[in-house]
Structures are given as structure tokens and as C-alpha cells.
Design a protein around this ligand. Structure first.
Ligand code: MN3
Length: 201
């Protein structure tokens, strides 16, 4: 199979003024595309290695695949869980699960924000359904793929790589995070949460 770059579900400028159209265009067309291409290259080279029975560089290829496929998956989710500003908040079962896991929506937001702002280097803040403990957990993802155990099911992710905000917010990450809450698509987060809760591992 070949990984492909998904279309953005809205115009580049749809998330303004919170995320600029210039950032969205570069982010989707250049950065996300590079991860799609990188995942395909790594997958192709792994297939070649299998065909030859030569696994001398399997260590490098597995790391390349994890990084680039991580980038592809993260960005594919990221576009979907954003939408033009609607000022919404979580509803129903998602709101109840957030309350149960974190105490309150405000407590969740404060923790998620601290997770995002505390990332050293490049990474993501991720709210995921933890299917073993049956609860929601905030993870601090290093790069695209490190610092979280397998089988976490992400329902909300925030890109904290500099390419996601620097053109607009420079080094003031807190302004980026504060602005971003305005474009969270809680209906999509709820849809993903409902699907994730049905998974057992
Ligand atoms: Mn990015």
C-alpha cells in the first residue's frame, strides 16, 4: 500500500486569525507531505530488504518508518480535530470522561497546556484513550512517536513543532496554545473518543 496526503477539510485560511493561512499551507503541503513521502520510502526499502533477505539496515529503516508514519498519522488527525472557530466545549460522554479522568474540563485544559508548553524540542501534546486503565491520559509525545506506550488511542493532538506556530507566534508558545483552543473541533474529538472506547487490547 502507498500512503497518500489527505486533503485539508477546509481552506488554508479557515482557521484565521488563530492559525494563519500561510502556516496551514506550508504545514500541510510541505511538512505533512514530507512525512508521507518519508513513510513510503521507508516502507519500500523495507520491502526490498525482505525480498533480498538482507536486513543489514533494518534498524535504520524501522526508525525512519516510525518517525515518518508517526508524522503522517499525527498530522492527518490534527487537520480533522480542528475546524473554523465555534467556541465549543466537549459535550456528553466525552465531557463526562474528561471530568472523571482529570476532575474538570478546566483541570484537563491546564494539564494539557502544561504538557504542551513543557515539551523539550519538537513534539506533540496528545489526549488519548488509555484502553487498559479505561481512562483519558495526556501524553507528551517527543518528535512524532516517542514517550508513550503502544496502543494509546489519540482523540486530540496539538502540534508543538516550531513549524506549527513560529511564523505567527514566534517564541510565544503560550499564545499559540491559548489561541488554538478556539479552533478545536469537539464534535470530531467526541466521534474519535466513542470509537476508541470500543477497542480492547
Ligand atoms: Mn507539524
Amino acid at each position: 500500500m502507498t500512503y497518500t496526503l489527505p486533503e485539508l477539510p477546509y481552506d488554508y485560511s479557515a482557521l484565521e486569525p488563530f492559525v494563519s493561512g500561510e502556516i496551514m499551507q506550508l504545514h500541510h503541503d510541505k511538512h505533512h507531505k514530507a512525512y508521507v513521502d518519508g513513510a513510503n520510502t521507508a516502507a519500500d526499502k523495507l520491502a526490498e530488504a525482505r525480498a533480498k533477505g538482507d536486513f543489514a539496515i533494518v534498524n535504520k529503516l524501522e526508525k525512519d518508518l516510525a518517525f515518518n508514519l508517526g508524522g503522517h498519522l499525527n498530522h492527518s488527525l490534527f487537520w480533522q480535530i480542528m475546524a473554523p472557530a465555534n467556541g465549543g466545549v466537549p459535550q456528553g460522554e466525552l465531557a463526562a470522561a474528561i471530568d472523571e479522568s482529570f476532575g474538570s474540563f478546566d483541570a484537563f485544559k491546564a494539564e494539557f497546556q502544561a504538557v504542551a508548553l513543557g515539551i523539550q524540542g519538537s513534539g506533540w501534546a496528545a489526549l488519548a484513550w488509555e484502553p487498559v486503565g479505561q481512562r483519558l491520559v495526556n501524553w507528551q509525545l517527543s518528535d512524532h512517536q516517542a514517550n508513550a506506550p503502544m496502543a494509546q488511542l489519540p482523540v486530540l493532538q496539538l502540534d508543538m513543532w516550531e513549524h506549527a506556530f513560529y511564523l505567527q507566534y514566534k517564541n510565544v508558545k503560550a499564545d499559540y496554545v491559548n489561541a488554538w483552543w478556539n479552533v478545536v473541533n469537539w464534535a470530531e474529538v467526541q466521534r474519535r473518543f466513542a470509537a476508541a472506547r470500543g477497542v480492547t487490547v
